[in-house]
Design a protein around this ligand. Structure first.
Ligand code: NG6
Ligand code: CA
Length: 502
């Protein structure tokens, strides 16, 4: 009798522990990062877009928190993505824009943001653009690629390997080319021209959009790309279908994992070039292809929120909507974005663009949406995406491994709108470096000519021989260099930036 009683209470206690931890596990919010490519601060309705409507994003902002001074870590893609997933500044690893056959640049022996979330019990997935390299050396595209998202901490992956304007133009699912016929193997080459798909510079008659000389490699689906490619015909993507394929895949991931906490890194191809909208979105803006793909991207965002709603998890999902670098009108494809932009201001009131150290390079449209925990409103806290790693670790109650995420700081309260406190110093990586200290903006001098390929994009990367210092409070446009009037501020910021960089 006594034994029976004991046995029963042990069972009860065990049941209590199990159900309690199951409860707290279930209670953890899902986390979805919607990462748009090349979207500027002013490119969404709620931040003043003209010429294109973004109703789904605006709804997220209405019911969520819209940030006015949140930054990606760099003004180009690979560095920003590297920092987001590793909590480390890109310069520490010389992370720069990668070719489509580059090796993986994330150290797989170290903890990453998705690995940290796996430890906290999350199922993790990445759908969309990767651009962080794959494999260790020369990639064999006809086999499973040995190093990639899996080794970085994603249980599931469905990828555009690099960018839409680079070969190979195929999707990878769990590191294998989707739909590949092994009798038609894939070869990819950067630098040396290989026979295979025709070359853009020789076959302008095949093109849907003409390009500058840098994008005149393999012509696939009427679009010439960077790099050369042969084979894999059955596996080629159709650019016009990419938004549908990615949204459906992301929705499938949500549906499959709705019962337990999941992390989805939904990394869109839009609005990067080539901007080839699906017919459903052609002429949905007054700005030509660039506006049309903004509308298309907004529709993809709507697909995700709809599918979270359908799965009954929208209330307890933390959505972070943002972008990887500032906007650019002419990045090499002649799609008339400059000519058709009209009154629309892709970067809002800010100076600069993609590739630039001025504010528009890194100040991103950023919305946090979590109906259960985040009150709607706006926040001007100075935040960096490099901090998402430690902030999310704090959210899920997970310790960060020693040595991981060296540059990441916990700003969870600010990301959730419970505090307006921002970073004391915020690094902006570009082809030179910027530093924010409150409303002060310091730019490190760079005495080098601007590379030709940047000049041709009508972009000012911010290279100057002298120090630049701006007070964004009364000069948000960074037009009045006041470094001579504030030697003490310059001294403090110079010392800080040197401390960070050395
Ligand atoms: C640049 C490419 C540009 C684009 C960019 C990457 C040239 C001249 N330009 O080097 O086409 O692919 O890299 O964009 O090669 S990003 O958003 O992925 O950083
Ligand atoms: Ca980008």
């Amino acid at each position: 009798m006594n034994f029976k009683f004991h046995f029963k209470s042990v069972l009860l206690i065990l049941f209590f522990i199990a159900s309690n931890s199951a409860y707290s596990q279930k209670d953890k919010p899902n986390i979805v990062i919607i990462y748009v490519d090349d979207l500027g601060y002013g490119d969404i309705g709620v931040n003043g877009a003209i010429g294109v409507k973004t109703p789904y994003i605006d709804t997220l902002a209405e019911n969520g928190l819209n940030f006015t001074d949140a930054h990606c870590s760099a003004s180009t893609c690979t560095p920003s993505r590297y920092s987001l997933l590793t909590g480390s500044y890109a310069f520490r690893n010389n992370a720069a824009i990668l070719e489509g056959d580059a090796p993986l640049i994330i150290d797989t022996t170290k903890e990453t943001l998705p690995k940290m979330l796996q430890k906290a019990g999350y199922t993790t997935g990445v759908v969309g653009k990767w651009h962080l390299g794959l494999g260790k050396g020369k990639i064999d595209w006809n086999k499973r690629i040995p190093l990639g998202p899996k080794e970085v901490g994603f249980d599931y992956s469905f990828l555009i390997p690099a960018t839409g304007d680079r070969v190979p133009c195929v999707f990878l699912e769990n590191q294998k080319v989707v739909g590949l016929d092994l009798n038609d193997p894939i070869t990819v080459s950067y630098g040396t021209r290989i026979e295979g798909y025709p070359w853009g510079f020789k076959h302008p008659e095949l093109l849907k959009q003409h390009t500058d000389p840098y994008h005149q490699g393999a012509v696939i689906n009427g679009i010439s790309r960077i790099g050369y490619m042969k084979g894999g015909k059955d596996a080629l993507w159709v650019d016009e279908d990419i938004p549908f394929v990615l949204s459906e895949t992301a929705n499938g991931f949500i549906e499959d994992h709705k019962e337990n906490p999941f992390f989805l890194y939904f990394s869109l191809h839009d609005i990067h070039q080539p901007r080839i909208a699906n017919i459903k979105f052609v002429e949905s803006s007054t700005m030509g292809p660039r506006g049309d793909v903004i509308a298309q991207m907004d529709w993809c965002v709507g697909q995700i929120t709809e599918s979270l709603k359908k799965a009954n998890v929208l209330e307890n999902t933390l959505i972070i909507f943002t972008s990887d670098n500032g906007p650019i009108l002419d990045d090499g494809y002649l799609d008339y974005a400059r000519e058709l932009v009209g009154e629309h201001k892709p970067a809002g009131i800010y100076r600069g663009s993609k590739y630039s150290v001025y504010e528009a390079g890194t100040r991103m449209p950023t919305i946090v949406h979590w109906p259960e925990k985040v009150k709607p409103g706006t926040s001007d806290a100075l935040l960096s995406q490099v901090d998402l790693y430690k902030s999310l670790a704090c959210l899920v109650g997970q310790d960060v491994e020693k040595g991981a995420a060296p540059d990441s700081q916990d700003f969870l309260k600010s990301w959730l709108g419970k505090s307006k406190k921002g970073r004391e110093f915020l690094l902006e990586e570009a082809y030179t470096y910027g530093l924010r200290m409150g409303n002060w903006k310091y730019i490190k001098p760079k005495n080098k000519p601007v590379p030709n390929w940047i000049v041709q994009k009508f972009v000012d990367p911010g290279f100057r021989e002298e120090v630049q210092l701006f007070n964004l409070e009364d000069d948000p446009l960074e037009s009045n260099n006041v470094y001579k009037a504030y030697p003490d501020i310059v001294k403090v910021m110079e010392a800080k930036i040197n401390e960070i960089l050395n």
